[in-house]
Design a protein around this ligand. Structure first.
Ligand code: PLP
Length: 392
């Protein structure tokens, strides 16, 4: 294997010198320059006080969204920033009504649970939730999903990459069917953005949501919402606040006069420090380019899978490159205990019930780290099973 040019970025991520950091599907490594941005926030607050609002803070949602736009494959001015995916998704949910014949939310049973919890709550407004059953915990059933989307469907929340298996769903086919019957698709790109190239505008997705803490190496509290520009002009979110008003500083009472997009999807005061904490990760991912990240990710995940197969472990991630996102899920007996032991031995991973141990190489990881992680995993599994069950 030749030297990977992306490894020059390792020095920008202090944590990789202290452990084998393979958990970027959960919390990406913090870029060194994030500390400078957080310091900048503190300095502005401390030295400029309230004047900071009109020296960049008030518009920080738009400027942060614009920085992210090329990574998602959308135009500037189409992204608003929110606390997290759940809030972004609620704002979209509040743009629709559920009292008539078109009241169905259709999603697969492998969606991220909070997407389910949120829409379950919309039953009180008349929504009918249809869960499309998957054949296993790895892949969804595309034909069954397409069949379930019909003239009664209002929204289809769809993970671009599944969190449990890293399976890349066939978003284009789902969007095509949804549009044919007048339904809209909310793409959840959280497990894709920063590791799988995205062309959300070309895909003609109606909405896209995601957050920053995984492959984008940002801090928490920086969720994003993309709305297709032609839809954005006509939508009137019910979950809305003064920052979405066309003239917020007039403090007009009564019914809101919506601003243009993306501000019309804003709720209240922007989450300034969180958006500062997201900036360095977006810059670095944008500078490297997701295509280059993806190439290296495929190389490392393939190596990880080969080693796992060689060790006789079951893999709950698709084998084909075009179906696999950035993580590899390895199913071993007593996965939770094994994951805890990996972390104790400084190999940082996580575990998801019904799936297995998730490992996620990113552009700052080396092939040697993959080999080390697999050596440690193999020895833990061997030791765990050499011991009597009662002591595990
Ligand atoms: C695909 C996906 N969607 C949504 C979420 C949750 O997002 P949030 O905590 O920002 O609401 C996660 C978190 O792991 C996720 O993997």
């Amino acid at each position: 294997m030749g030297e990977d040019p992306l490894l020059s970025w390792r020095k920008e991520f202090p944590i990789v010198d202290t452990c084998t950091y393979l958990v970027s599907h959960s919390l990406g490594a913090m870029p060194r320059r994030t500390a400078d941005y957080l310091q900048q926030f503190a300095d502005e607050w401390s030295r400029r006080g309230v004047r900071a609002w009109y020296e960049g803070w008030w518009e920080i949602g738009r400027s942060t969204g614009d920085l992210l736009a090329p990574v998602l494959g959308v135009s500037p001015g189409t992204i608003s920033m929110h606390q997290n995916v759940t809030v972004a998704m609620s704002i979209i949910a509040s743009c629709h009504t559920y009292g008539g014949a078109r009241n169905r939310i259709v999603m697969t049973d492998l969606e991220f649970p909070s997407n389910m919890y949120l829409f379950e709550g919309f039953r009180r407004y008349g929504a009918d939730i249809v869960y499309v059953k998957s054949p296993d915990a790895m892949r969804t059933d595309l034909d069954a999903l397409l069949d379930a989307i019909d003239e009664r469907t209002v929204l289809v929340p769809l993970s671009y990459v599944l969190f449990k298996s890293a399976y890349i769903q066939k978003a284009a086919a789902v969007i095509e069917k949804a549009h044919r019957v007048g339904a809209r698709v909310i793409l959840d790109v959280y497990q894709a953005a920063g590791t799988v190239p995205l062309e959300i505008a070309k895909l003609e997705a109606d909405y896209a949501v995601g957050g920053s803490v995984k492959w984008l190496c940002g801090g928490p509290g920086a969720g994003y919402l993309y709305v297709r520009p032609d839809l954005a002009r006509e939508l009137e979110p019910g979950i809305v606040g003064w920052a979405a008003h066309a003239h917020p500083f007039e403090f007009a009472t009564g019914r809101i006069e919506y601003n243009e997009a993306p501000e019309r999807f804003q709720s209240g005061t922007p989450n300034v420090p969180s958006l500062y904490s997201a900036r360095a990760g977006y810059e670095i991912v944008g500078e490297i380019g997701v295509r280059a990240i993806r190439e290296e990710s495929l190389r490392l995940t393939r190596r990880l899978m080969d080693l796992a197969k060689g060790a006789g472990f079951r893999i709950n991630t698709p084998e084909a490159d075009e179906e696999r996102g950035g993580s590899v899920i390895i199913d071993v007996p007593d996965g939770q205990i094994v994951a805890e032991e990996l972390i104790r031995r400084e190999v940082i991973v996580d575990y998801r019930p019904g799936a297995g141990i998730r490992m996620a190489p990113h552009f700052y990881n080396t092939a040697e780290e993959i080999e080390h992680a697999m050596d440690v995993l193999t020895s833990i599994v061997h030791d765990t099973h050499a011991r009597p069950a009662a002591r595990r």
